[in-house]
Every structure is written in structure tokens, then in C-alpha cells.
Design a protein around this ligand. Structure first.
Ligand code: FPP
Length: 269
């Protein structure tokens, strides 16, 4: 397909990866369709840092919480895009172990928002064949009613296999590694048996492949404690778009970038 330099359109603030790679002077990212990337390899696991909700709201003179609310549509559209491409694993960073440092009102809002999101969306996700799981610590700070909705969503969707959506919630990459090491110590594993394989098998979801592609929106170039063990060889795509404006086209643009990269895993090609 031949692309013209496109107007990203109302509300679309990013036009593909912000790293300058993969640009063909082409179409606005939001306008890409699944067929545009159907010929190349599709990542088995895509993980997203949904960043920029607060800035999206601030630019509109709205409270930060309105940005989170607007991010829900972006999340669902990203999942739709993943389903269109046949991506079997997606992980979304919804709340980090460090996000408790945000103002108490925002934390309270985010707990209720995530609970509400599950109640509003779990049936449609279930109907689409999506299995919902949660990576993170179930500690005392997570309200009981949120844990209840999480458990209900896991139970409702547990037999789905079309795609697994993992919500990283009260998740920290360092905490996950600490938890894995604690489990090994609790099992009495001897030091010489502490191997990469042993640690990996004690991560929250050992059955899940490492992300092939990690997307962070809003122009920030950080991993912010996301999947630290798993993203050792992930391809990173940073997009300027603020999360509430993210649509499946941005996912397809990131996949197109991914398809142009050469993965070497420390070797040579
Ligand atoms: C990391 O940046 C980003 C996250 C942990 C994502 C947080 C996402 C939300 C609160 C909204 C979730 C939205 C939906 C639709 C579920 P950071 O800001 O924690 O880290 P930084 O300080 O390094 O930027």
C-alpha cells in the first residue's frame, strides 16, 4: 500500500514510534489497518505502558482522572487490534507498586476505576475469547472489593484461549523478582540451583512468553519497573501519542516497526 503523509486527525497526537525508526513518511499511525502488517511476523506477546492520561486531561483543562476514564476506550481498542492480528498475549500496565505515591484521591479513583472497568468490560472480553489475568501483589493496600472483581474476572474467563490479557496491577518488576527469589528460598533451594531457569519458573506467569514488543506512549522513554526480567530482549517502541488517543492503528504501527527490526539476542546475524 502506498501512503501519503497523513493528518493524524482530531485527538490523535502521535503518529507512530517516536524514535524515528520505521518511518516511511507514510500514513498516520492511527489509520493503519491489520492488513498493513499481515505479511510480517506478528509478535506473540505485546506489553503496553499506558502513559499520558494525566497530560491528555490537563491539555483539556480536565482533572487527571478524566484522562484515566478516557483511557478505557484506548485499552479496549488495543485489545481489539491484538485480536485482529492474532496476538495471543497482551500485558497492560495498569497500576505499579510505585503508583501508591500518587495523590490519595487519584489512587482511590484508580482502584474504583479498575474495579468498574472489570465490571463494565469483562463480559464483552469473555465473549471475544479473552482470558483475563492479573500480575502483581495482592497486598493489603488493594481493596477487598477490587480483589473480588479480579477473582470473578479470572474465573469467568479462565477457559478462554484466543488471547490472554494480563493486567499488571500493583505490579513492580523488582517486586516480582523479589517474590520469585523468596519462593526459591522458602523451598530451600541451594545456591547452585538458583539459575535463570529456576527464577523464571517462579515469576508470576511462567507459562507466558517474554514480550517481543513493548510499547510506551506519551513520549516517555522509560520502562518504569515494568517486566524487568522479561523484557531483556524485547523490542521497545516509544510513541508520542497520549494513551487516551491510542487506537489499534498505533498498535499496528508499532508492529510494523517491530517487523523492521533485527533481533540478535547477543549473537550475530
Ligand atoms: C508507568 O509510569 C505507567 C503505568 C504504571 C501505567 C499507569 C496507568 C494508569 C494509572 C492508568 C491505567 C489506565 C487504564 C485505562 C487501565 P509511571 O507514571 O508509573 O512511572 P514514571 O513516574 O516513571 O513515569
Amino acid at each position: 500500500m502506498d501512503y501519503e503523509q497523513g493528518d493524524p486527525g482530531p485527538g490523535a497526537e502521535g503518529t507512530g514510534s517516536g524514535d524515528g525508526r520505521g518511518s516511511d513518511g507514510g500514513v498516520a499511525a492511527a489509520d493503519l489497518v491489520a492488513a498493513d502488517v499481515a505479511d510480517g511476523p506478528v509478535p506473540a506477546h505485546v506489553a503496553c505502558v499506558m502513559d499520558g492520561n494525566g497530560r491528555w486531561a490537563a491539555r483539556r483543562g480536565l482533572p487527571r482522572t478524566e484522562g484515566h476514564a478516557a483511557g478505557e476506550a484506548a485499552l479496549l481498542d488495543a485489545v481489539e487490534g491484538a485480536l485482529e492480528l492474532g496476538i495471543p498475549w497482551i500485558t497492560m500496565y495498569a497500576f505499579s507498586t510505585e503508583n501508591w505515591r500518587r495523590p490519595p484521591d487519584e489512587v482511590r479513583y484508580l482502584m474504583g476505576f479498575n474495579e468498574g472497568l472489570l465490571m463494565r468490560r469483562r463480559d464483552e472480553l469473555n465473549d471475544k475469547g479473552v482470558r483475563i489475568r492479573f500480575a502483581g501483589r495482592r497486598d493489603w493496600r488493594v481493596p477487598k472489593r477490587v480483589l473480588r472483581r479480579m477473582d470473578e474476572s479470572i474465573e469467568l474467563t479462565r477457559d478462554n484461549r484466543r488471547c490472554t490479557l494480563t493486567m499488571a496491577f500493583n505490579y513492580g518488576g523488582r517486586a516480582e523478582i523479589v517474590d520469585a527469589v523468596r519462593a526459591l528460598v522458602a523451598e530451600g533451594v541451594r545456591p547452585e540451583k538458583v539459575t535463570e531457569k529456576a527464577i523464571r519458573s517462579h515469576l508470576y506467569f511462567p507459562d507466558q512468553p517474554d514480550p517481543d514488543l513493548v510499547i510506551r506512549t506519551s513520549g516517555e522513554h522509560r520502562v518504569s519497573n515494568f517486566l524487568l526480567w522479561q523484557l531483556a530482549y524485547s523490542e521497545l517502541v516509544f510513541d508520542e501519542v497520549l494513551w487516551p488517543d491510542f487506537r489499534r492503528g498505533h498498535l499496528f504501527a508499532a508492529v510494523r516497526d517491530f517487523q523492521r527490526r533485527q533481533r540478535r539476542y547477543g549473537g550475530v546475524t
